[in-house]
Design a protein. Structure first.
Length: 249
């Protein structure tokens, strides 16, 4: 990829994220209309880049572009809510805690079942990857390397969903990955990850290896319950700085 092409791609992604965040935050409310000229002026991009950005937003259900009408912001009911980019933008917003609760409810509905299926269907290599991921989580948890911990955690959950043998569950791996990343990148993880949470991941990996669906399901449910409690606002967990309402541009 040439330097100019890379620069254009990066600018496209920046503008896409900027407009996307404005839409999901309500800065561009449903029913409001954008114009191509305004996008070009506000973000300093060509009409070609602006059009490509709008195409992506339209594919996500965030906008509808019609000739002689403009680019109309769509209501939330039209959004592709499982799109990882949309999840990332919503986790960047002021209602992060409420959205994490919604995502925890979603995870509670499918990850324990996926763990039970993985206990029936996982192959030896998947069991090995799960065990290695837990080991990495333990090492990085002790050293406080949250980015490496996050990577291992994402590997664990992606592998578990793949091991379920269910293509629908597998397709949700990026959703779970964005939830885990959002918690880490917005200061909602402790400096030293909870050893009990790591132990629960080990329990899931062991149950899958031992072909114990009930134990795998129960331990996965505990993981999600622990994670939901960790990010819930409470007198003992005040809002992180990144959870404060954003300052308008």
């Amino acid at each position: 990829m040439s330097q100019s092409t890379r620069g254009t791609t990066e600018r496209h992604d920046e503008v896409l994220a900027a407009i996307g965040r404005h839409i999901v935050s309500g800065a561009h409310p449903a029913g409001s209309v954008l114009t191509l000229d305004a996008i070009c002026t506000d973000h300093g991009v060509s009409r070609t880049v602006a059009r490509e950005v709008i195409k992506v937003l339209e594919s996500m259900g965030l906008v509808e572009s019609r000739r002689r009408v403009g680019i109309t912001i769509q209501p939330r009911t039209r959004w592709s809510v499982f799109d990882p980019r949309l999840i990332r933008w919503r986790l960047d917003g002021a209602d992060r805690s409420d959205f994490l609760t919604t995502l925890s409810e979603l995870r509670r509905g499918f990850e324990p079942v996926a763990a039970a299926l993985a206990a029936e269907r996982a192959d030896e290599e998947q069991c090995r990857i799960l065990a290695a991921a837990v080991s990495d989580m333990s090492v990085h948890g002790r050293t406080g390397d949250l980015e490496s911990y996050l990577l291992a955690d994402k590997v664990f959950h992606r592998t578990l969903l793949e091991a379920s043998g269910n293509e629908m569950f597998r397709s949700l791996a990026d959703v779970v990955g964005e939830v885990l990343a959002g918690r880490t990148h917005h200061g909602m993880m402790p400096t030293s990850p909870n050893p009990a949470a790591i132990a629960l991941h080990d329990d899931v990996a062991r149950a899958i290896r031992l072909r114990d669906p009930k134990a795998a399901e129960a331990s996965m449910r505990e993981i999600i319950t622990e994670a939901a409690a960790a990010v819930a606002p409470s007198p003992t967990r005040p809002l992180a700085a990144s959870e404060a309402p954003p300052i308008a541009p």
